[in-house]
Each structure stands twice: as structure tokens, then as C-alpha cells.
Design a protein around this ligand. Structure first.
Ligand code: ATP
Length: 241
């Protein structure tokens, strides 16, 4: 297994966002994590990547038990993520956004020379993601969809083992949605493991296997997309939304 979480629990005041949540993500899979609004998907991502501290539970990544994940540490271990609202540096150019993403934290760049390998990797990713024409534009000038592509390319700069994508297709047009799917498949072929939170069901169904469904912070179903789709507990969870 590439990632295993056991008994994760997180409360925000009176709200239990994640409740005794356990699941595993197989190495080299494209696993989907779905569930109704507010079911705790993003909070699970935040815990695994160290942006939020769990009240209970454990995270195991690539065979190592990690007591308290921290973003920098998880990055160094090869786990990266994107955000619902793409996080890029608006004042930096596209190429510089990529180059800084090779290091974590990004300010390490201040003390670290940009290597030729980083430049070459950035060039390669810009070609692949259709960003060459905008290489020298500040990211602020990109379209919403281009920013999502840039963020995805940026997390690939460090050659991660596992990528967590938080709603990669939210708000993007159908053409770009297919582009996203193509890039995910290509990197999956290359050996990268994906865990994807996504509300677009056709996208999940064509790309992810298995699919894990969580409701009120707890997994209620897991399996191939066609099976999960017909699971009565899953249908109930979505109807009750
Ligand atoms: N920082 C926070 N402070 C307070 N409550 C929070 C916080 N983060 C999340 N929550 C609450 O925890 C619950 C789970 O939220 P979370 O964003 O993890 O769900 P989600 O499944 O990702 O939702 P969506 O699909 O709508 O993005 C929600 O009730 C949310 O309001």
C-alpha cells in the first residue's frame, strides 16, 4: 500500500469532520475519494498532507508510520497535493512557479541555486501541459483553467510518488477536463499513485478504480466504480445530501 490511514478523527468545535476514518490506497492506483458536500474529503487530505492535525488516528506512507505529518516532510517523502482553489504565486511567471515548486518550502529557493535539471524539468512540463506560450506571463494573467494546469504541473516538478488532487476539474471546461484526465493517465502509466477528490461523477467513473465513498467523515463503500455507483448506502448518502 502506498497510503494507509487508520482511525483518523478530526473535530472542529462541535462538528466532527472526520470520524474514525480508515482506508488504504494501493501503490500505482488511481483511487477516487467521493462523498456528499461536507463529508470530510478535504479534511482527510489536509490531515494526510499535514495542513491539519488529527485528533486521533495514524497515517502510513510508503511503509513508514508518520506520527504527525508535516507538509515539508510529506513533500520530501514524495507526497504532494493540489488545492480546491489552485494555489500558484500570482506575481511569479509560469516558469518561475514551476522552478520554485521543485523545492519545499518554496523560500528555500532564496538559498538554493536553481539547477539546470530544474530548468529542464520546467521546460518539459510546460511543453507537456501546453504552457510554453505563457511561460513568461505572471500566473495572475492566466485563465482559471490554465492556473489549474499550472498547479498540477508544479506538483509534478519534484517527481512525486503520490499526488492528491482536490477537485481537479471543478470549474474547468470539458476540453480541459479531458486534458486533466490525459495527464493523470500519463503520470499513472509512469508509476505515480493518485488519490482524487472530485464531484464530477463521469470523470471519476472513467478514471478511478477503486472508488472510496465517505459520508459524515467515515468510509461507507469501496470498490470498482460501477459497483459503488449502485451501492444502496451510497445512493442513500447522496439522496440525504
Ligand atoms: N477549518 C474548519 N473549521 C471549522 N469547520 C470545518 C473546517 N474545515 C472543515 N470544516 C467542516 O468539516 C466538515 C467537513 O468538511 P470538508 O471540507 O472536509 O468536506 P468535503 O467533503 O471536502 O466537502 P466539499 O465536497 O463540499 O468540498 C464540514 O462540515 C465543514 O464545514
Amino acid at each position: 500500500m502506498m497510503l494507509t490511514v487508520r482511525g483518523l478523527t478530526k473535530r472542529f468545535g462541535g462538528v466532527t469532520a472526520v470520524a474514525d476514518c480508515s482506508f488504504s490506497v494501493a501503490e500505482r492506483s488511481i483511487t477516487g475519494l467521493i462523498g456528499p458536500n461536507g463529508s470530510g474529503k478535504t479534511t482527510v487530505f489536509n490531515i494526510v498532507t499535514g495542513y491539519v492535525q488529527a485528533d486521533a488516528g495514524s497515517v502510513e506512507f510508503a511503509g513508514q508510520l508518520i506520527k504527525r505529518p508535516k507538509p515539508g516532510e510529506m513533500f520530501r517523502r514524495g507526497l504532494v497535493r493540489t488545492f480546491q482553489q489552485a494555489r500558484v504565486f500570482p506575481q511569479l511567471t509560469v516558469v518561475d512557479n514551476l522552478v520554485v515548486a521543485a523545492a519545499h518550502p518554496w523560500w528555500a529557493l532564496a538559498t538554493r541555486r536553481v539547477t539546470r535539471a530544474d530548468r529542464e524539468r520546467a521546460e518539459h512540463l510546460m511543453t507537456e501541459f501546453g504552457l510554453r506560450e505563457v511561460a513568461d506571463l505572471p500566473a495572475a494573467q492566466l485563465s482559471y483553467g490554465q492556473r489549474k494546469l499550472l498547479e498540477f504541473a508544479a506538483v509534478l516538478m519534484s517527481r512525486p510518488r503520490m499526488v492528491l488532487l482536490d477537485e481537479p476539474t471543478a470549474g474547468v471546461n470539458p476540453v480541459l477536463r479531458e486534458t486533466m484526465a490525459r495527464h493523470i493517465r500519463a503520470y499513472h502509466e509512469d508509476g505515480v499513485t493518485f488519490l482524487i477528490v472530485e464531484h464530477d461523477m463521469p470523470f471519476v467513473m472513467q478514471l478511478c478504480d477503486p472508488v472510496i465513498v465517505i459520508d459524515r467523515g467515515t468510509p461507507i463503500a469501496e470498490g470498482p466504480p460501477q459497483v459503488v455507483q449502485q451501492d444502496p448506502a451510497v445512493l442513500d448518502a447522496y439522496l440525504g445530501e
